[in-house]
Design a protein around this ligand. Structure first.
Ligand SMILES: [Fe+2]
Length: 354
């Protein structure tokens, strides 16, 4: 069967405080702040931070809504763990590094033959680094994290499930993953010709209560997989509907990409994205990426109202772009669709005060 998904595009989490989130992802995990913008849904201004590797590759982009106004509840029906790929042999460095930063971690573990460490974000979110050979993606580096140990991008994600069967059916038939193994309560799936950013695990936790689906501090919100074009996005939507997963969204204009969502049977919100010309570089040069708050043009007239309600943040000095750290702007070319594709654009009226 044809495989249209290219892998994970991004994973979106709801941490709590904006500055503690920035510090964790940039200083502790050594990620590059790729974009500062705002959540497009709802009428309350909330930051939307994008973190990634040196080239802001799809498959490295972790995005965060710092949602301190309401706690979420972690549980089943959610992404439980977001996993990053690191070079083989680097876990001892990471254990020491996490100790130095006094962040809670599990120490070195092993699953499916690979060493890993699970680490806890200040908001309680769980992330993981997994040793993975031959990952050639270009890492972002910091004074503390050199290229020989730095994160390359995603390895995958673990979804926490009360039941496995229906989510497995969704992964195999709607997303075209194949099951590659079971180890204890972990069921592993890969996109054919898999590798980094193409692995999903289902963790069977039949007795764990369901987690929240709302935006809520301390919980994962959704995962996105990418296809190349809007037409492929529409084909994916049609596949969902053909299979009976009919609660799909319209195709939405997210400015840096186009999106379509469906609620998977196990509870996890699944997005698919398609490229737009320019991608993350549509409003910033490679040297500027992530250094300013950017709004989609249709929100610019509300910039003052939005800014007034966001807590000021500072990107740690050591994480800012340096001469030579950014490559020239990559070309993201997208063939025009044969027929126009209707796009939905969220245009919230942000409230003046909360
Ligand atoms: Fe998303």
């Amino acid at each position: 069967m044809d495989t249209r998904l290219n892998g994970i595009h991004h994973i979106t989490l709801c941490p709590s405080g904006a500055q503690e989130d920035l510090d964790f992802f940039t200083v502790v995990l050594g990620q590059r702040l790729v974009k500062q913008t705002v959540l497009m849904d709802g009428s309350i201004p909330v930051y939307h931070f994008y973190y990634g590797n040196a080239d802001a590759d799809p498959g490295s982009i972790l995005t965060c809504f710092p949602y301190s106004r309401r706690p979420g509840r972690r549980g089943t029906g959610q992404i439980g763990v977001t996993s990053y790929s690191v070079p083989v042999g680097s876990t001892p460095f990471w254990a020491d590094h996490f100790d130095r930063h006094r962040v809670c971690h599990t120490g070195i573990q092993e699953r499916f033959g690979a060493r890993s460490i699970r680490v806890t974000h200040p908001a309680g979110l769980e992330l993981e680094i997994v040793e993975n050979p031959g990952d050639s993606r270009r890492p972002w580096t910091t004074p503390e994290i050199s290229a020989d140990v730095a994160i390359r991008g995603f390895f995958g994600a673990t979804m926490s499930m009360r039941d496995i069967e229906e989510q497995e059916t969704f992964l195999v038939h709607a997303l075209r993953f194949r099951k590659v193994g079971v180890e204890g309560a972990y069921h592993r799936f890969e996109i054919p010709n898999g590798g980094p950013d193409r692995t999903i695990e289902l963790l069977h936790e039949p007795d764990r209560p369901q987690g929240t689906w709302t935006f809520g501090a301390g919980t994962a919100h959704h995962i996105a997989f990418h296809v190349d074009t809007d037409e492929a996005l529409v084909e994916q939507k049609a596949l969902y509907e053909e299979l009976g997963y009919t609660d799909t969204s319209e195709v939405k204009d997210r400015f840096y990409f186009h999106s379509m969502y469906v609620r998977s049977p196990g509870g996890v919100l699944v997005e698919c994205t398609a490229n737009v010309p320019g991608g993350f570089y549509v409003d910033e040069t490679p040297e500027e990426l992530g250094t300013h708050l950017n709004l989609p043009p249709w929100y610019e007239d509300q910039r003052e109202i939005i800014l007034r309600q966001l807590e000021p943040v500072v990107v740690p000095e050591a994480n800012r772009p340096r001469p030579g750290s950014a490559r020239p702007k990559p070309t993201v070319s997208v063939p025009p669709p044969a027929a126009p594709i209707a796009l939905s654009r969220t245009k919230a009226e942000f409230s003046k005060a909360h």
